[in-house]
Write a protein of this length. Structure first.
Ligand SMILES: Cc1cc2nc3c(=O)[nH]c(=O)nc-3n(C[C@H](O)[C@H](O)[C@H](O)COP(=O)(O)OP(=O)(O)OC[C@H]3O[C@@H](n4cnc5c(N)ncnc54)[C@H](O)[C@@H]3O)c2cc1C
Length: 438
């Protein structure tokens, strides 16, 4: 597997809170020769929802995960099940896909939240949900002044009416912290990402999915009309293959993927449970999932057990020096935004990889020029809902080629410039965003 970052970026996340007190499903290592209709590479939300959909349709399906269940971003994320998935501005989406394609993309985002809510309800997944929609907090007065226009745009696009709170109303809403206003969009909710992941895994295997862990696909090659997948101790012949590796993708699996994804690190810290007096001192007792209006945004929420989760972009590199720098930065930003908690113990800290695409939109569908090969990936750091949704959608496409996927995700991904040096694109992009955030 040829990958873009230093090996540490592909290591475990020992400080990840979500693994605590949660029993992972038992996925054996693949050994020997197997056959299946569809082989899925990657056991996160994309792979599992695809596997679940295929298994429920009675299709034989086998999933190969390189590591343990929930090891990727699906077991490490902030748990914001919300709108999003693309980074392309609305005007660009309209130009590329027309007004209808843009409307379809808005509907896809709403549908993706409904997909997660439906999966949780249908399979009885207990995953600590909370928060009524998502709240954006203005980091400066200019951002707050923009909320009225943003609310109207959200109303037109998503058919819901956001609520705006001025700065003086924030303490009463339990959103203390020096923000300049709030805009709540009543779509989405928060969840425990690993409980959700393991619930999906249970549902999928009960439906008939054969899932294997510690089974990295190390080679993918054509085998007659189908495909052959090799793992260190086993091999699989499949009629069709789905690549569901998102930020953990390899440049050579398949070669077509080289240069088409740009993994980016995201980092999270978590405090110990806050005492009532501590919450009071900061004026924060809301359980809303929130983010601020910066270009390089911070995302945060108080968990049901009183801990506070705070996340932001991660380092440009996965070297010990870069990791130490980002650890200092995330603590500094946290202390600046929530000064009353600057001395509160941080008990957990971890990072993981999200996936950007050159088109600035996710991709789901058949891989051009590779019959029987499919991919779904590139959620731009917003994949709890979108990965769960597009996993099912791409599975339906595998089952029935005439299935139409939303235009915004069906467009095949372009290659980034600079090839294997494309990470160099991030530093100036971050700098420009930081300048805008001043
Ligand atoms: C720190 C962090 C915070 C985030 N917060 C949020 C959030 O709050 N809300 C939100 O919507 N999104 C968030 N995201 C993004 C979201 O988690 C992802 O978009 C989503 O989980 C992607 O799911 P996936 O199944 O496509 O990929 P992943 O969950 O990353 O799974 C890919 C899997 O593929 C496996 N794999 C890779 N190569 C191979 C191979 N050769 N053989 C076998 N297996 C392989 C990997 O081991 C991995 O488990 C966050 C991500 C991170 C890292």
């Amino acid at each position: 597997m040829r990958r873009l970052y230093e090996p540490a970026a592909y290591g475990p996340a020992p400080g990840c809170f979500w693994a605590e007190g949660v029993t992972p499903p038992d996925w054996p290592e693949l050994a020997g020769a197997h056959q299946t209709d569809v082989a899925v590479i990657g056991g996160g939300y994309t792979g599992l929802t695809a596997g679940l959909t295929l298994a429920e349709a009675g299709t034989d399906c086998l999933l190969l995960e390189a590591e343990a269940p929930g090891w990727g971003a699906s077991g490490r994320n902030g748990g914001f099940c919300c709108l999003g998935g693309a980074k392309a501005p609305e005007a660009l989406l309209r130009r590329r896909f027309g007004a209808e394609g843009l409307a379809e993309w808005h509907a896809t985002q709403v549908a993706s939240i409904e997909t997660v809510a439906g999966l949780i309800a249908r399979h009885g997944i207990a995953c600590d949900t909370h928060s009524r929609g998502e709240t954006q907090l203005a980091h400066n007065p200019r951002a707050a002044r923009g909320f009225e226009a943003e609310a109207r745009a959200t109303e037109a696009a998503y058919g819901v009416t956001p609520e705006i709170l001025p700065a003086e109303a924030l303490p009463g809403a339990g959103l203390g912290g020096g923000f300049h206003g709030a805009l709540t969009t009543p779509l989405g909710f928060a969840l425990h990402p690993r409980k959700y992941h393991h619930g999906l895994a249970r549902a999928a295997t009960e439906a008939g999915l054969r899932a294997f862990g510690s089974s990295p696909v190390i080679a993918l090659s054509r085998d007659g009309a189908g495909w052959r997948l090799d793992t260190p101790r086993g091999r699989v012949r499949a009629k069709a293959v789905l690549i569901a590796t998102n930020g953990y993708s390899s440049e050579d699996l398949p070669d077509w993927l080289a240069g088409r994804t740009l993994p980016v690190q995201s980092s999270i810290i978590l405090t110990r449970p806050l005492e009532a007096a501590e919450a009071e001192a900061q004026g924060w007792h809301s359980e809303q999932m929130c983010y601020d209006s910066r270009e390089l945004l911070h995302y945060f929420r108080r968990l049901p057990d009183g801990r506070f989760l705070f996340g932001m972009r991660g380092g440009l590199h996965a070297t010990p020096r870069a990791q130490a720098r980002i650890a200092r930065k995330i603590r500094g930003d946290f202390a600046r935004l929530f000064p009353a908690w600057s001395e509160v113990e941080i008990t957990h800290e971890w990072s993981g990889l999200v996936c950007l695409m050159a088109n600035l939109t996710p991709f789901a569908g058949p891989v051009p020029g590779h019959p029987g090969l499919f991919a779904a990936l590139g959620y731009h750091g917003n994949g709890v809902a979108m990965a769960s949704h597009l996993g099912g959608e791409v599975a339906r496409k595998i089952l029935s080629p005439e299935t139409a996927l939303p235009r915004a995700v069906a467009a095949p991904p372009r290659r980034f410039p600079l090839g294997r040096f494309r990470r160099a694109l991030l530093a100036p992009a971050y700098l420009a965003a930081e300048t805008l955030d001043l």
